[in-house]
Design a protein around this ligand. Sequence first.
Ligand code: 4AZ
Length: 286
Amino acid sequence: MRHARARVLTTSLAVLAAVAVSPLASPSRAAADDGVVGGQQVSVGDSPWAVALSSRDRFGGSRSGQFCGGVVVDRSTVLTAAHCLGPDVIGGPGGTVRDLKVIAGRDDLESTAGAEIPVRSMWVNPDYDERTNAGDVAVITLSTALPAGYVIPMADEGDPAYRPGTGAAVYGWGDTTGAGDYARTLHAARVQVLADSACERAYPGGPEGTYQSDSMLCAGVPEGGKDACQGDSGGPLVAQGKLIGLVSWGSGCGRPESPGVYTRVSDALRVLEQRTSRLPSVSEGA
Ligand code: 4AZ
């Protein structure tokens, strides 16, 4: 097993600072490049807070061992989904993966760009409910801090970014079709925050989960075709320049009647406040 040493960050902070966080660039990509599902290739230079979780021991050396997404909310803090760090994914209670890393600044998973940052510690929400999927949040503390330009603010409760109809973008290296076609580069799809009623209708309680509006957020497009998918879990849903959701679950990918379900970041903040001593700073509402 090859153990790549963490490389010095190559992304210039000045460049990052100069680039406004505009979720998506020009939409003119070939269909073959479409990814997340119904998305397009984007650059980590424009979205440095989008990071990949990696374990080559468990997921193999291709695609840098990527298996989930994450998001940088503080220089040493990455949020992801609890189910990404559960026994089904990383094997064994509490996680037995020894080579878990956070990859920042790497668009192409076949490259060595950016940095692979070892994990100092992780906290998986003990209240994560595998039956409903409620509370799907975990916190990774990095062994070395990222530059401040990597951090995205989080939207607290009451922020207008949570209003239904708000345009948002979901980011990840996951499946681009729902048939196991994992992306090599970071992709993003434009979706919108949907009314809770859309997900309450889709997920009243079933094998995949139960939609709970206090802790989850519903997003997609009414016509379907744009969505997060397997491998995107834990990654960011961003609206108005702020983090509003973490990719969590759904029935299939891109189905019109089955929107994507996200961990509601404002609720995750409450969970972290109550359960941990850490509270990453939040963006002021309005
Ligand atoms: C997954 O399996 C998954 N369409 C994540 C998000 C969605 C579906 C599945 C939403 O990780």
